[in-house]
Ligand binder design. Sequence first.
Ligand SMILES: NC(=O)c1ccc[n+]([C@@H]2O[C@H](COP(=O)([O-])OP(=O)(O)OC[C@H]3O[C@@H](n4cnc5c(N)ncnc54)[C@H](OP(=O)(O)O)[C@@H]3O)[C@@H](O)[C@H]2O)c1
Length: 340
Amino acid sequence: MGYRVVVAGATGNVGREMLNILAERQFPVDEIVALASRRSLGTEVSFGDKTLKTKDLDGFDFTGWDIALFAIGSDATKKYAPIAAKSGCVVIDNSSLYRYDADVPLVVPEVNPEAVDGYNKKNIIANPNCSTAQMVVALKPLHDRARIKRVVVSTYQSVSGSGKEAIDELWNQTKGMYVPGQEVEPKVYPKQIAFNVIPHIDVFLDDGSTKEEWKMVAETKKIIDKSIKLTATCVRVPVFVGHSEAINIEFEEFLDEDEARDILREAPGIMVVDKREDGGYITPIECVGDFATFISRIRQDSTIENGLNIWCVSDNLRKGAALNAVQIAETLGNRCLKKG
Ligand SMILES: NC(=O)c1ccc[n+]([C@@H]2O[C@H](COP(=O)([O-])OP(=O)(O)OC[C@H]3O[C@@H](n4cnc5c(N)ncnc54)[C@H](OP(=O)(O)O)[C@@H]3O)[C@@H](O)[C@H]2O)c1
């Protein structure tokens, strides 16, 4: 006995990864359906060694379906998630729409799996922002040992975090640089992304920060501990897949770098690669297609009493989105729905 599973946004970057990961992890599926907009009707997507033909989300009857993994953006989610939830299908949503709703759990299974139990208030569970997901996997075991007071994080986020059009923009802009007359003007991003970095992700807020930076603050508080102070600078870089983060952490108690390395080695979802030599660290290219969040460059910050620096890299389409959503489905199955 398995689940009847819906993947909405199946033609997108995250949706395709969801189908791959459901198959890779042998999620107990009795029946699966791939949905997208009407534009993609009949588009073929892979599910393990099977091929699914995409159906139209609009008008789809969710009655009798157990779990719907949504990766369709906030506007479409606003329209379709309540319809699915009302039909008794539990929505696991990748957009930011429900993340800050007190009646919707925001879950990273390595960090707060018990929060899944609150799914039935709205029949919706939210997946965090990609930059938050990989960071909290690293912060939680360190917080449990030495209590985090403050975090300063700078991100280096890949273009796949902005959807498939952004991937095309980086690719075409990069090629266009070498062919006179084929230069590609910025469309997805406010400035050229090829051979550049852009210190701006999502909209600006009144205090001068961006919404992406605010999300990291609000989501870390909701997932780990509201007492943690966090300040972020989120930057888009010309990398296709894989987000990187330089994280500075100040603790209540002293935490030695060797002990931190041991704690992280034992922590779920983390792979430590930290050799103090040329290439003894992980870069985004090496994390693509992997399940782990990689931690490198673990070192004391001697400018404060109880400080550490770490480098954190993960596949944003996986831990930052699709993998985390499938892990939530697994957790929901094990703790609440009990089928399969
Ligand atoms: N990429 C990341 O790292 C990441 C991380 C965390 C969260 N997310 C979130 O995940 C969601 C999807 O991101 P993505 O990167 O996969 O985007 P994407 O590659 O642009 O794909 C968007 C998907 O949504 C579908 N869609 C859009 N509007 C729709 C509508 N009105 N009705 C039905 N289907 C609709 C598209 O279908 P068509 O192909 O038919 O247009 C496509 O399948 C977004 O909410 C994003 O914020 C992304």
